[in-house]
Design a protein around this ligand. Structure first.
Ligand code: AMP
Length: 117
């Protein structure tokens, strides 16, 4: 039995509306619905084939590189260039959507906030 499409696959297909901030042939980006920083964007591959960054790095490293490029150009536009890139990987690390995605965080972040503890 196949799994239900992830919330991000439903955004990619247009079933769930969002405002795209960037799009390439293989990647989209949009604002996180529950922001954890002054700037909190998500970079998401259109394919739902990879559940996390480890699977993506093994399966399609050029797609991972494209996500980093998109994150960097978003940061140029939204944070002046500096950013934190977070891939939550696994449930106990806070991953809730098992369709690989990068959190692009920025805007006067404090070093001590890295782990959120
Ligand atoms: P993670 O916990 O690392 O799996 O990240 C999933 C992220 O997706 C969370 O930060 C959610 O706030 C975000 N999210 C879930 N649904 C939506 C949505 N419809 N639009 C934008 N962000 C969403």
């Amino acid at each position: 039995m196949s799994e239900a499409p992830s919330v991000f696959s439903r955004i990619v297909s247009g079933e769930i509306p969002t405002t795209l901030l960037a799009e390439t042939d293989r990647v989209i980006a949009f604002a996180d619905i529950n922001p954890q920083a002054p700037v909190h964007l998500l970079v998401v591959p259109k394919t739902g084939e990879y559940r996390d960054v480890v699977a993506l790095a093994a399966g399609d490293p050029s797609l991972l590189a494209e996500m980093v490029e998109v994150a960097s150009s978003l940061a140029q536009e939204h944070t002046g260039g500096d950013f934190r890139l977070v891939f939550n990987t696994g449930e106990t690390a806070g991953q809730t959507v098992f369709h690989v995605h990068a959190h692009v965080l920025g805007g006067s972040l404090q070093e001590g906030s890295l782990g959120g503890a």
